[in-house]
Write a protein that binds this ligand. Structure first.
Ligand code: NDP
Ligand code: ZN
Length: 178
């Protein structure tokens, strides 16, 4: 068995600490940290990604967007490379939500290959959640719109990883979008 590095374990601890009071939008109120752990696990075990900085950035992908953490914190703790990846996958929260959604579609193809991996695994995990249940307060229509929007983002990042493409397409096929 390969041993996880100290910095990887510190990263896991940091992400868990930053998200400790947050819950997912599912009806069960799953702890938020399950999602970044799922994204890193999809990349490591399904997409077979061995680049540790990509896996660390996956664990940290929502800390700046959704917690008090700053890019400076991430850079100081985990270095410029990990911070750069987190920056690429972080939405600008000063913008309107619809604009952020539009920019995800527009910016997807401009991202680095490594950031695209994280974006694809992030969408895959969110879609898996949505397949299981509708978030509290969402109509069925809103749920279906999320699948449609996610496909627009994913369509702009094809050919990065065959396994991720296939698993995302399987979901889109099930929703009648392919
Ligand atoms: P949101 O952006 O509000 O919610 C989706 C985001 O929430 C995900 O990207 C994910 O982000 C996070 N999340 C937390 N828990 C879950 C979970 N259990 N399952 C999935 N995601 C979760 O949704 P949208 O605004 O994108 O809504 C979907 C569509 O509906 C859009 O196209 C929008 O235009 C439309 N809409 C409709 C409304 C209506 O009332 N009809 C109102 C608003 C939007 P992360 O990975 O960062 O955690
Ligand atoms: Zn996410």
């Amino acid at each position: 068995m390969t041993h996880p590095s100290r910095k990887f374990m510190e990263c896991l601890q940091y992400a868990a600490h930053q998200h400790k009071d947050q819950r997912r939008k599912d009806t069960a109120g799953t702890p938020y940290i399950n999602h970044p752990i799922n994204v890193a696990t999809i990349l490591a075990l399904e997409a077979c990604i061995e680049d540790e900085n990509v896996l660390m950035a996956a664990l940290l992908h929502d800390v700046v967007e959704d917690t008090t953490a700053t890019f400076k914190d991430v850079e100081q703790l985990f270095g410029a490379d990990v911070c750069g990846l987190v920056r690429e996958v972080t939405d600008d929260k000063t913008l309107e939500k619809q604009e952020r959604k539009r920019l995800q579609i527009v910016n997807a193809p401009k991202s680095s290959q490594r950031a695209k991996l994280i974006k694809l695994a992030d969408k895959l995990d969110n879609l898996r959640d949505l397949q299981k249940n509708t978030p509290q307060g969402w109509t069925q229509e809103r749920r279906e719109q999320y699948f449609v929007w996610a496909k627009c983002v994913v369509d702009n990042m094809r050919g990065i990883n065959g396994v991720l493409d296939e698993k995302l397409d399987e979901i889109f096929r099930e929703r009648g979008l392919l």
